[in-house]
Design a protein around this ligand. Sequence first.
Ligand SMILES: NC(=O)c1ccc[n+]([C@@H]2O[C@H](COP(=O)([O-])OP(=O)(O)OC[C@H]3O[C@@H](n4cnc5c(N)ncnc54)[C@H](OP(=O)(O)O)[C@@H]3O)[C@@H](O)[C@H]2O)c1
Length: 217
Amino acid sequence: MTDVSGLSIGILGGTGDQGKGLARRFALAGLSVVIGSRNAERAQEVAGSIGAGATGAANADVAGGCDIVIVAVPYEGHKALLESLTAELSGKIVVDCVNPLGFDKQGAYALPVEEGSAAQQAAAVLPDSRVVAAFHHVSAVVLMDPAVEKVDLDVLVLGDDREATDTVRALADVIPGVRGIYGGRLRNAHQVEALTANIISVNRRYKAHAGLRVTDI
Ligand SMILES: NC(=O)c1ccc[n+]([C@@H]2O[C@H](COP(=O)([O-])OP(=O)(O)OC[C@H]3O[C@@H](n4cnc5c(N)ncnc54)[C@H](OP(=O)(O)O)[C@@H]3O)[C@@H](O)[C@H]2O)c1
């Protein structure tokens, strides 16, 4: 298994629920974590609130300075943010967890994405980066809950670069209870992103924070 213990993890939009939750779990696992934000001060404040050694910086510094960069911004801001960071993200493993979803009276639904998925949009904008899709179905509430010692779910990891998906699988594995499972090429990211709408429906009906498990592995 790939060793990620020496790698630094940056999170673009790490001031939001998802970024904070992932940052907290990675920092607790002993990894070097940098929260990113459009506002460096906000990033530092949020990093301080997480503790466990997490630090904060402007998104561009996070993108340029970290080994693995997670994109945790709303879909609306996804393309423009990545377009502004192509140089900083060149050669990096970029982990996209963005779910392009709309919400109406019937609940959540998948939005059409011209490139096929948010992850493919990232790959189109960042041809010199190693884009991997992962962490779409992880509940931020669960990640932040100090009462949850083990997070009971698998993380589907998709991408076209075997070494990069192995690295991100190992990153998922550092969260107690979680397994990173290879889930296919990047062209299959759409249904993984879209499945989040179904999970949100499950959560609403059963008042839960549901996760997925892959059996027989
Ligand atoms: N929440 C979950 O449980 C969850 C689970 C799985 C996946 N996701 C995915 O993770 C992503 C983040 O979710 P979230 O709930 O953490 O979202 P969020 O709180 O709404 O946003 C995260 C951060 O993104 C930055 N941001 C907001 N609008 C932006 C824009 N137009 N351009 C650049 N940055 C912007 C903000 O940071 P600054 O203002 O500090 O820059 C914000 O704190 C989403 O794409 C979501 O689909 C979320």
